[in-house]
Design a protein around this ligand. Structure first.
Ligand code: NAI
Ligand code: MG
Length: 495
């Protein structure tokens, strides 16, 4: 392991790392543990408590008690906001430590975690804390013959299952609105990347969030995750990850009539018209498809390029992708780290093989990348394929630094090609003609349509997907706070 911040060394030293249930740091009921690895070296980073159904039961019970008795649910919004701002301050103060932990566990460049993932999560807590302060909890209803009002109350215990691509940032997107509304939460982080979520719990404790309001159960998906999803004590459930697991979660929640929010994958397109500055767009899309080693659900992986600029675009984008600095996350020169696991690397390489077998042409060859000194890390070179829109690499989510290029000569054809996707998360349109860009952006079926940019994440700009990309409302918008408040009407007939 490289030289670590002493605080990170200390955090990793109490192995197996305990879970956080009801305000106590605890081993799994079975005393079992699992390993999380550093994808940059392949080495074990830490052993972590492997929670199962009994631990989930304990966490949900603690969250129920905290909802009833800790006062969190009934605090005035301002008082909760004070604590959530304190939590955001602590995240900011521990930014370097959190970025180091995130970079070690996920493989992402440390500088990116420090500049984006961690501050963005802090800002999510601030955004929802402030929004909650300005959200009226009692709204009179104007009716003849009645005195009536709507009262907006938290639901109770909310479950969260998160993936491994942005573990810390997604905890913020998920739990900040739930907590700001006055709910209590049980979080199951991904088994590949549990560390920053445990550190988050430590900061939540330090911020003064009452015991049992935030609970973290670490463990595997088919044990801890499944036990949480089917728990009858939940009032709401939220899942981010693959559509396959999303279906299982929705089924389990359906049986208990627990509303579920699903944030699933994507196969985002970028439609590039002939009037753009090709060099600028090539640079932006190369950055988008390699962000977090391509493990970004909304990123642009289908590039639809107008045929007039196709050759120039391919020259420029392959030059940029070919010059990416692939390396260890802690190395400041690195702009493309490893993918998260050996399993994910096998998935990405498998897609490249199958895509080529099915007829895709290679514009830039991907494959395993050799990084001197890091021979056991999960490094992958960026790849660019082209060919038929029906190729599996043009249809399925690969979740690696791989793009698929297609051409068009007509706006309607571009729209039709984009909308063939089963997903519906995010697309972008690139043109100097803003009338055209706006027109096309509205025709592309997805939760998000971006113009002359890709991967826009801004607090107050709702983010979510339709079709295979998700349901149940998105995140990051004001509506997300409303998703965690139930409406209750109180009415009296006027004599
Ligand atoms: P996954 O969907 O299996 O994992 C996400 C989370 O779900 C993890 O916390 C995992 O422990 C949990 N989980 C797994 N099985 C579960 C079950 N039966 N019940 C409850 N929870 C369960 O994702 P995986 O296998 O790691 O990645 C596979 C593919 O999924 C990726 O290649 C990518 O295409 C997609 N994916 C999409 C993400 C997104 O942000 N939309 C994030 C991660 C993966
Ligand atoms: Mg890891």
């Amino acid at each position: 392991m490289p030289n670590l911040n002493p605080e990170v060394t200390k955090f990793l030293s109490h192995q197996p790392l305990p879970m956080y249930i009801g305000g106590r740091w605890t081993a799994a009921a079975t005393a079992a543990a699992f390993e999380t690895r550093d994808p940059g070296t392949g080495a074990v980073l830490a052993r972590v408590a492997a929670g199962e159904a009994a631990d989930v039961d304990a966490a949900v019970a603690a969250a129920q008690v905290a909802f009833q008795k800790s006062g969190w649910a009934t605090l005035p919004a301002n008082d909760r906001a004070v604590i959530l701002h304190r939590l955001a301050d602590l995240i900011t103060r521990h930014q370097a430590i959190l970025a180091e932990i995130e970079s070690l566990d996920v493989g992402k460049p440390r500088g990116q975690a420090a500049a984006f993932d961690v501050p963005h999560a802090a800002q999510t807590f601030r955004y929802y804390a402030d929004l909650a302060v300005h959200t009226r909890r009692r709204e009179p209803i104007a009716l003849s013959g009645f005195e009536a009002r709507t009262v907006r109350l938290p639901y109770g215990v909310c479950g969260f299952i998160f993936p491994w691509n942005f573990p810390f940032l997604l905890v913020g997107w998920g739990v900040a609105p739930a907590l700001a509304a006055g709910n209590t939460v049980v979080i199951k982080p991904a088994e590949d990347t549990p560390l920053s979520t445990l550190y988050f719990a430590k900061l939540a404790e330090e911020a003064g969030i009452p015991p049992g309001v935030v609970n973290v159960v670490t463990g595997f998906g088919d044990t801890a995750g499944a036990a949480l999803a089917r728990h009858p004590g939940l009032k709401r459930m939220s899942f981010t990850g693959s559509p396959e697991v999303g279906r299982l979660i929705a089924e389990a929640c359906g049986r208990n009539l627990v509303p579920v929010k699903l944030e699933l994958g994507g196969k985002g397109a970028a439609v590039i018209f002939q009037d753009v500055d090709v060099a600028v767009v090539a640079e932006a899309l190369a950055a988008a498809v390699t962000l977090n080693a391509g493990q970004v659900c909304c990123t642009a992986t289908r590039w639809l390029v107008h045929e007039d600029i196709r050759d120039e675009f391919v020259d420029k984008v392959t030059a940029t992708l070919g010059a990416m600095k692939i390396g260890y996350g802690a190395n400041p020169a690195t702009n493309l780290g490893p993918v998260v696991s050996a399993k994910q690397r096998a998935r990405v390489l498998g897609y490249l093989d199958k895509g080529v077998q099915a007829g895709a042409k290679v514009l830039l060859a991907g494959g395993p990348a050799a990084v001197p000194g890091y021979e056991h890390g999960y490094y992958v070179k960026p790849a660019l394929l082209t060919g038929d829109p029906g190729n599996l690499c043009a249809r399925e989510e690969i979740f690696g630094p791989v793009a698929y290029l297609m051409t068009f000569n007509d706006e309607a054809l571009a729209v039709e090609l984009v909308n063939r996707s089963a997903y519906g998360l995010a697309n972008s349109v690139w043109s100097r003609d803003l009338d055209r860009a706006n027109r096309v952006a509205e025709k592309l079926v997805a939760g998000n349509g971006w113009i002359n940019a890709h991967n826009l994440f801004t607090h107050g700009l709702p983010y979510g997907g339709c079709n295979l990309s998700g349901c149940g409302g998105g995140v990051l918008g004001p509506e997300t706070l409303a998703d965690y408040l139930r409406n209750q009407t109180v009415a009296r007939p006027l004599a």
